[in-house]
Design a protein around this ligand. Structure first.
Ligand SMILES: O=C(O)c1ccccc1N[C@@H]1O[C@H](COP(=O)(O)O)[C@@H](O)[C@H]1O
Length: 210
């Protein structure tokens, strides 16, 4: 069975679509430059709708401790997903937050993949995401990487696949990589930051058929 995280949710309707469609994880972005960024008040209301069986993941880019505190308190987060964070900082945030830590590894080359092993003692999960262009957001750009890079790779930790997934390519991505957890944001949107309930349903249906 393949689990799905629908990320960058910011409205009750789209969150409900993710829940109804069978998402295992829902993600909330705590990074103001993102078009998906949510306020603490908004996330409080949103996460109150999430049943206990579904994990709530906060997405952060090199966060300070105060942001982590406020986000966990307002969103009752189960896990924190960290982008642009060194293994040392990830380990510190794991101890500080007492939450599951997902370390995002930005992948373009096999050498990028190899950096995942640095998080072995620092994180609970690796999120393989595509490396985005300089100056762009470090995620949520709908960019995919060459899934063939994962062929034969010795994963240092449990892992998830993200980057440019959609209802049209997720079956191929899972077949190609063996992923048991996939993460999508742009691929279930009609415009940057605007989630689409039909696309969310189609993505979850595509995974459900695997
Ligand atoms: O979604 C964002 O805006 C975002 C901002 C900063 C860091 C990560 C972000 N999203 C994460 O990016 C990946 C891939 O997204 P996409 O499907 O390619 O659009 C996903 O894990 C999001 O959680």
């Amino acid at each position: 069975m393949v689990s799905v995280k629908i990320c960058g949710l910011s409205t009750p309707e789209t969150l409900d679509a993710a829940i109804a469609g069978g998402a295992s994880h829902v993600g909330f972005v705590f990074y103001p430059p993102s078009p998906r960024a949510v306020s603490f008040d908004a996330v409080r209301g949103l996460t109150a709708r999430v049943p206990a069986r579904i994990a709530k993941v906060g997405v952060f880019v090199d966060p300070c401790n105060a942001l982590i505190d406020q986000a966990i308190e307002s969103g009752a987060l189960d896990a924190i997903q960290l982008h642009n964070v060194t293994p040392g900082r990830a380990a510190a945030l794991k101890e500080y937050s007492r939450r599951e830590v997902w370390a995002a590894v930005a992948v373009k080359t096999r050498a990028d993949l190899d950096t995942a092993s640095n998080y072995r003692q620092a994180a609970d999960k690796i999120l393989y995401d595509a490396k985005t262009p300089d100056g762009a957001l470090p995620g949520g750009m709908g960019v995919r990487f060459d899934w063939g890079l994962l062929d034969g790779f010795q994963h240092p930790l449990p892992w998830a696949l993200s980057g440019g997934l959609s209802a049209d390519n997720v079956a191929e991505a899972v077949r190609r990589t063996g992923a048991t957890l996939v993460d999508v944001s742009t691929g279930v949107e009609s415009a940057p930051g605007v989630k689409d309930v039909d696309k969310i349903a189609a993505f979850l249906q595509a995974v459900g058929q695997l």
